[in-house]
Design a binder for this molecule. Structure first.
Ligand code: COI
Length: 342
């Protein structure tokens, strides 16, 4: 049925599910192509205990946001990028390849039907969670015969408790997030289940999140479980290159573009060593959920490294403001990143 939008306290929402009115649902057989589904009331789904997703983790997802802008419009931010990525993810997990046009049409429909759940201008966004699962039963290891595509939505505020205060991150050598030639470069559900144990352990020790090292070369950093990582040193912005096990983040790409085109600073997608991270001038992470969140402290075998006296670094602040300004139409959409919902 969904929560009553009139009862939502927009000033205190975080990143927890608030049920909305409806979700988009489509079904596709293994050998078919995706065709349109439709809106159904938000609610539970029935699954065979032998469903491919439950037994062998055959599932992929996305995260994207709709905003109310200063021009009193509703916009989606770069949904074409999510559409491309989920089509790559579906191929990698042997599912019928998601149709990019259908994906964007479905996203628009779900936003239109749930506009009263979009937080007021400046108070957050409507987070869309597209998911595709193998739903038919399978006993032996093989792709499922049938798939379900759902987009559900939830109003959200800041991802981390306490808003955008600089994070305290722990570098782990005990766990890797993804293996070379594995599925780290697609948005497979299993990547996130693998990150739960290290995350809970780090949280118990007082950290906000974990920095993973590259499984093939532990000198190099990879990403944070829920976000990509950037460092700034001597006005050069660096982030690990997409070499097969890093998620190609939409916010990662947007920040690289803003830094290069607007701030005119040098950007490098390259190998980034743990030592470089520890001696950086600024460190931040990016993602649809985390937006641009500063890192204030990193703990590793090289000790504790503090950045910017617990404040947000200047360049981090500029990039965050530019991105949010574009998403809220306070700045001109010169890259054509906004998809208005009419
Ligand atoms: C996102 O940033 O949207 C993500 O999907 C990361 C996380 C919340 C799983």
């Amino acid at each position: 049925m969904g929560n009553d939008p009139k009862t939502i306290d927009w000033d205190s929402i975080g990143f927890n599910l608030i049920e909305t009115r409806s979700m988009y649902k489509a079904i596709c057989k293994k050998e078919d192509s995706w065709s349109s589904g439709g809106l159904v009331p938000f609610g539970n789904i029935a699954l065979s205990p032998a469903a491919g997703v439950l037994n062998y983790g055959q599932g992929v997802f996305e995260g994207m946001k709709a905003y109310r802008t200063v021009k009193n419009r509703i916009v989606l931010f770069r949904p074409d990028m999510n559409a491309k990525r989920i089509s790559i993810s579906t191929k990698r997990l042997c599912m019928p390849e998601m149709d990019e046009g259908l994906f964007i049409k479905a996203a628009k429909e779900i936003v239109k039907d749930n506009t009263d759940y979009i937080p007021p201008y400046g108070k957050g966004s409507l987070y869309l969670r597209p998911v595709i699962w193998g739903t038919a039963p399978v006993l032996g290891v093989k792709p499922s015969d049938e798939y379900t595509f759902i987009i559900y939505a939830s109003p959200v505020g800041p991802y981390f408790k306490g808003g955008v205060k600089p994070l305290s991150l722990k570098v782990t050598r005990d766990f890797h997030r993804a293996a070379p030639n594995g599925i780290g470069n697609v948005k497979a559900i299993g990547n996130y289940s693998a990150s739960l144990f290290p995350l809970i352990k780090a949280k118990k020790e007082g950290f906000d999140e974990v920095i993973y090292l590259n499984a093939g070369n532990e000198q190099l950093i990879e990403e944070v479980g829920s976000a990509n990582l950037f460092i700034l040193k001597d006005n050069v912005l660096k982030t690990p290159k997409l070499a097969g096990s890093i998620l190609p983040g939409v916010t990662r790409d947007s920040v690289l573009t803003l830094a290069r085109e607007i701030l005119k600073i040098e950007v490098q997608e390259t190998d980034v060593t743990l030592k470089e991270v520890c001696s950086a001038d600024e460190v931040f992470c990016t993602g649809t959920a985390v937006v641009v969140t500063p890192v204030g402290k990193i703990t590793s075998e090289y000790g504790e490294h503090n950045f910017n006296d617990g404040e947000m670094g200047k360049v981090t602040h500029k990039l965050r403001s530019l991105l949010i300004g574009l998403q809220r139409e306070e700045k001109e959409d010169i890259f054509n990143w906004l998809y208005p919902i009419d």
